[in-house]
Ligand binder design. Structure first.
Ligand code: ADP
Ligand code: MG
Length: 389
């Protein structure tokens, strides 16, 4: 689950990480009032969406007069914002953060993730922060420093020193204590809120050696939300893909991807393998959909419906290994979906396992046209034929 910048900054502020004063607004008429409460000029008007790269996409505006705060808010609210991270379709801006403009002397990058290789919480720090950090990571990776943390020991002062003194010149002496405090607090937030990401880019240093988190990103591990009930209140479903939201409602593990071959599979491992098969056939998967072991006929029907709602889908591959989910249940679900929604694309079905005979029988007797594949190889062939057409 992702948080908005203003929500993450609220958490930062309460945890002792300095943030600029700001106010979130949802209507243009709230903007004037915000300028009276918040220090300025300059003010910074920022689109609140679950995507970065806003600076490059026109979603962050620095302004110098109160009336400009109003016009900037107006130009963002309700508008479609396209940034390097949203994809060409963009996202709708429902909220805008108006905050005090900070005079930046230098911009640092600071984040915390779980490093897959070492399986450790890892802090990443760079003195080359700001909107170009992706380019820095590619072209000058030596400027990006990493520090693995042993969770049994926790955050230690030497972790901060390793990051701050590993590069010449280190940040100015007057700023070191403040930077160390931010680092320790980022670690604390990461661990106590079950985060998968805490990111501050930029972490700004002013001329008088004060630090401020000018941007804030916090992602929470969905599997930990059962013990982070307060954070659940911060969820903003408007930011989610509508098909993923629908899938969530029916307890389907669905992730939308960019390709054009829809896939419905039981089990995450088989779903990954099926995505590989689709790629090997020269196509790209349109989604990841694991209906799980306990899927009911109704869930299968909903799964097919969700795949079909994605207009890019040119063919659907159903790849089921019947175990707890029996092949006949699957077949009935697919047939029900086909009757309910007109299936406008070829449906390739590969069934194996429990009650496979009954499953194939149901498909055969349905008078609907399915391309039945006996094994994965044949399924791949059928997919490539569909792509070639
Ligand atoms: P994004 O990462 O989505 O591009 P940021 O919040 O990082 O959005 O804003 C982009 C840039 O705008 C920052 O790198 C910073 O230079 C500037 N900026 C953002 N907030 C402020 C602020 N409150 N005061 C001064 N500059 C800011
Ligand atoms: Mg940023």
């Amino acid at each position: 689950m992702k948080l908005h910048e203003y929500q993450a900054k609220d958490i930062f502020g309460k945890s002792g990480i300095p943030v600029p004063n700001g106010q979130v607004v949802t209507a243009v008429d709230q903007a004037t009032k915000a300028t009276q409460i918040i220090n300025g000029p300059p003010w910074v008007v920022k689109a609140q969406v679950h995507a970065g790269g806003r600076g490059k996409g026109g979603g962050v505006k620095v302004v110098h007069y109160p009336y400009e705060v109003v016009t900037a808010t107006e130009s963002l609210l309700g508008k479609h914002l396209v940034t390097p991270q949203t994809g060409p379709e963009g996202v709708t801006v429902n909220q805008v953060l108006i905050e005090e403009g900070i005079e930046i002397n230098s911009e640092y990058y600071l984040s915390m993730i779980v490093d897959r290789l070492t399986a450790c919480p890892t802090m990443i720090f760079s003195q080359a922060g700001g909107t170009e950090i992706e380019e820095v990571a590619i072209k000058s990776s030596e400027l990006i420093l990493k520090e693995h943390i042993d969770p049994a020991v926790g955050w230690m002062m030497h972790n901060a020193r390793n990051l701050l003194y590993s590069q010449e010149p280190p940040p100015p002496v007057g700023a070191l204590t403040a930077l160390m405090s931010v680092m320790a607090n980022v670690y604390k937030i990461f661990m106590t809120l079950d985060c998968t990401l805490v990111e501050i880019n930029p972490l700004a240093l002013t001329k008088d050696r004060k630090v401020f988190a000018l941007d804030a990103k916090i992602n929470i591990d969905d599997n930990a939300l059962f013990r982070q009930k307060e954070l659940l209140l911060l969820d903003d479903p408007r930011e989610k893909d509508p098909l993923e939201l629908m899938a969530e409602k029916y307890h389907l593990n669905y992730i939308r991807l960019d390709g054009n071959i829809g896939a419905m599979v039981n089990g995450a491992g088989l779903a990954m393998a099926t995505m590989d098969v689709i790629k090997m056939a020269g196509a790209e998967p349109a989604n990841f959909l694991d209906v799980g072991g306990g899927a009911t006929e109704d869930m299968i029907t909903k799964g097919v419906e969700i795949i079909l709602k994605d207009r890019r889908v040119k063919a659907i591959l159903v790849n089921i290994f019947g175990g707890i989910l029996r092949c006949d249940v699957l077949a009935r679900g697919v047939v029900a979906a086909a009757k309910k929604t007109r299936i406008r694309v070829p449906l390739i079905v590969r069934l194996e396992g429990t009650n496979v005979k009954e499953g194939r029988e149901i498909l055969r007797n349905s008078e609907l046209k399915f391309l039945v594949a006996r094994d994965l190889g044949e399924a791949a062939d059928l997919v490539s034929k569909q792509v070639a057409q």
